[in-house]
Each structure stands twice: as structure tokens, then as C-alpha cells.
Design a protein around this ligand. Structure first.
Ligand code: URA
Length: 186
């Protein structure tokens, strides 16, 4: 991976004023972990804790995610974790189409530099960034391997959905296990 380009992109993102979210954010959440990792996790957008710390998935949803990752032998610091949107939408509102299209070039550039082989897409907004065909629900597309260019993408429920409906936990765990087997069987 070109470290210099990556650093340049990070600086660009940290100063980004492409949309109104720059007025309310406390921090830009560029991502955390190792961008050289074969596996990247992509979520939706920073929440309050993430906005405060400038790091992805450090709140309640992150704690659930960590449990699933650890159970399946993944270490958070050895993966790269980011979001479709790099700045917190106020009140944790769903990101708008405009916010997503303004922010997407940063994720696209991250992907072009880091070239992950695998992506676990967490929730609808991340899935929409990678699944080419239209879909009505996560149920319809989760737990399958979808190709996005040369990257193998598995979609699963967002960990925040598991907080609301703990029964989804089993499914997320299954999908993470599937990702782990996919990588092991390379
Ligand atoms: N939810 C997300 O989608 N991303 C985070 O970083 C935190 C919560």
C-alpha cells in the first residue's frame, strides 16, 4: 500500500468541508486499524462516541462488534474499520443521499489505495455501497459473497440492529464465521 498517498488522503478527509456535516462534527472519523489488512469492515456513520473520539465503533455497537470479532479469532487492531460517512449526522439520523454521495469519494479512494480482498459490510448503507443490484432488505442479501470489483463482500446486519433485536446476533455471528472461513480457505 502507498503510505504517502494514504496519509495525504487522511489529511484531505480531516479537512473536508464538502457537506454541512463539517459544521456539526467534532472529529472526522477516517478509520482505525491496519489498512494493509486483507479484511476491512465498513459501517454506516460515526455516532456520538465515535464523533467524540475520532474513532469508529467505540460505543455500544462497537462493543458488540468486538465480541463477535474476538469469538471468531479476529483482532480489531489487525483489521481496518471505517464507515461510509466519515462525519456524524446530527442526532444519529440516517445519512442522506447527498451526504453519501459527497462522502463516497473518500471511501472509494481508501479502497483504491488499500485494495482490501474482503469487506464485511455492516448494515444497509454499507451494503448499498457495494451490492450492485437493488435490494429491499438486509435479509435478502446477507450471508452471501458478492463481488465488488475484485473484492469479496459479505453483507450482514449492523451491530446496532443487534442491540435492538438480540436475536440477530446469531446471524451476524454466522456471517462473520463465514467470512473467517472464506479467508482461511483462500
Ligand atoms: N455505527 C456505525 O455505523 N459506525 C460507527 O463507527 C459507530 C456506530
Amino acid at each position: 500500500m502507498n503510505q504517502e498517498l494514504w496519509k495525504e488522503l487522511e489529511q484531505f478527509a480531516l479537512n473536508c468541508k464538502a457537506c454541512e456535516l463539517c459544521k456539526t462534527r467534532r472529529n472526522v472519523v477516517f478509520g482505525s486499524g491496519d489498512p494493509n489488512s486483507r479484511l476491512w469492515l465498513v459501517g454506516e456513520a460515526p455516532g456520538s462516541n465515535e464523533d467524540e473520539q475520532g474513532l469508529p465503533f467505540v460505543g455500544q455497537a462497537g462493543a458488540i462488534l468486538d465480541t463477535f470479532l474476538e469469538k471468531n479469532g479476529f483482532k480489531r487492531h489487525s483489521l481496518f474499520i471505517t464507515n461510509v460517512i466519515k462525519c456524524r449526522p446530527p442526532n444519529n439520523a440516517d445519512p442522506t443521499e447527498d451526504q453519501k454521495s459527497n462522502c463516497f469519494p473518500i471511501l472509494a479512494a481508501q479502497l483504491a489505495i488499500g485494495k482490501p480482498k474482503y469487506i464485511l459490510a455492516l448494515g444497509r448503507h454499507a451494503a448499498e455501497a457495494f451490492v450492485p443490484k437493488p435490494f429491499r432488505s438486509i435479509k435478502e442479501i446477507r450471508g452471501q459473497v458478492v463481488l465488488s470489483g475484485e473484492t469479496k463482500v459479505v453483507v450482514t446486519y449492523h451491530p446496532a440492529a443487534v442491540l435492538r433485536n438480540p436475536r440477530l446476533g446469531e446471524i451476524v455471528e454466522h456471517d462473520i464465521q463465514m467470512m473467517s472461513r472464506l479467508i482461511a480457505g483462500e
